[in-house]
Write a protein that binds this ligand. Structure first.
Ligand code: NAP
Length: 316
């Protein structure tokens, strides 16, 4: 089989693939789209990454393409309608990215509520003249309410970490969990508007779909408490970024921790101007351990497909 990997990923995770198949992967960085179009022509399997598009234009020049093993849990980068039409199997890598993403969500909650990034930045700039007891105050996490939107794998992992900090957790998803599951997770379902009204922190963990695009817009920010924070490690377009900037400007919310953006790598200019916003460049899964585990998971999906077995983590 010929396998195209569009960006360099750790080879520790790819041993079986490299030993047994023809693998094309850049030595560093990533192939340009034009290079991908060239390499994919006689490719059987594509190992693509969550941060680069796999449109019809790329798939249609690959008559042998049978499978796309996407590196990452989100797969909104792939034209699924066309893949389906072509009968191309698609898989993702949910398990390795669950805990790191939840860790990053907690990191953003801590950074924004305890003003860690802001104080670090101001200290370096010589702007913290005032070390008095009633200066530079943030908010305690303990006993605050965390509203999780999308209580899937990452939402649940975030709930557990937040509970260790003494937070109470509410959630909203389209489907309510069973009573037993809710008891185990120590959380209750509430309608979206109620979650927005009653949470001190709202954290997003839904996939990007037609339904979730701009799920958080002007009206939703107006429902939130003025003292509440919003955290997004899901996908940028779930929040209307312009509405976020307006909500911060009008002090409708207290701050934000944002890892993903509407038009990555572009960021709405106004967001750079707020001290109560923590921005990270889509690094929620960015640890070396996670990259190795994710590469291994994407490769295992491929090996199962080649062996004619059921593909684990198949999404299409
Ligand atoms: P998951 O296990 O599939 O969970 C997604 C949750 O969203 C489910 O509970 C689902 O429940 C809910 N949901 C889906 N559509 C919804 C809607 N329209 N309204 C309300 N709830 C909805 O996925 P996951 O592994 O937790 O990952 C979630 C997302 O995080 C991924 O899709 C990815 O885009 C993002 N992510 C980002 C990073 C990063 O680097 N920043 C890393 C990993 C993942 P119902 O079906 O009951 O609604």
């Amino acid at each position: 089989m010929k396998i195209l990997i569009t960006q360099y990923i750790p080879t520790e995770g790819l041993r079986d693939l490299l030993e047994n198949h023809e693998v094309i992967m850049p030595e560093t960085g990533g192939f340009t789209f034009e290079e991908q179009k060239e390499h994919i022509k006689d490719t059987d399997i594509l190992l693509s990454l969550f941060n680069s598009p796999v449109p019809k234009e790329l798939m249609e020049v690959a008559p042998n393409l049978k499978m796309i093993s996407n590196f990452g849990v989100g797969y909104n980068n792939i034209d699924l309608n066309y893949a389906k039409e072509r009968g191309v199997i698609v898989s993702n890598t949910p398990d390795p990215v669950t805990l790191p993403t939840a860790e990053h969500s907690m990191g953003l909650i801590l950074a924004v509520m305890r003003r860690i990034s802001e104080m670090d930045r101001k200290l370096r700039e010589g702007k913290v003249a005032d070390w008095k007891v009633m200066s530079n105050l943030g908010n305690t996490l303990n006993e605050k309410t965390l509203g999780i939107i999308g209580l899937g794998k990452i939402g649940q992992a975030t709930a557990k970490l937040a509970q260790a900090f003494g937070m109470n957790v509410l959630y909203y998803s389209r489907n309510q969990k069973s009573e037993t599951e809710e008891q185990e997770l120590n959380t209750v379902w509430v309608a979206l508007d109620d979650l927005l009204r009653s949470s001190d922190v709202v954290s997003l963990h839904v996939p990007l779909t037609a339904e979730t695009k701009h799920m958080i817009c002007t009206k939703e920010f107006q429902l939130m408490k003025n003292s509440a924070y919003i955290i997004n490690t899901a996908r940028g377009p779930v929040i209307d970024e312009k509405a976020l900037a307006n909500a911060l400007e009008n002090r409708e919310i207290a701050g934000a921790g944002i890892d993903v953006f509407e038009e990555e790598p572009k960021i709405h200019e106004k967001l750079f101007g707020f001290d109560n916003v923590v921005l990270t460049p889509h690094i929620a899964t960015g640890t070396i351990e996670t990259r190795i585990e994710t590469a291994k998971c994407a490769a295992d999906n491929i090996m199962a497909f080649i062996a004619g077995e059921e593909v684990p983590n198949r999404v299409l």
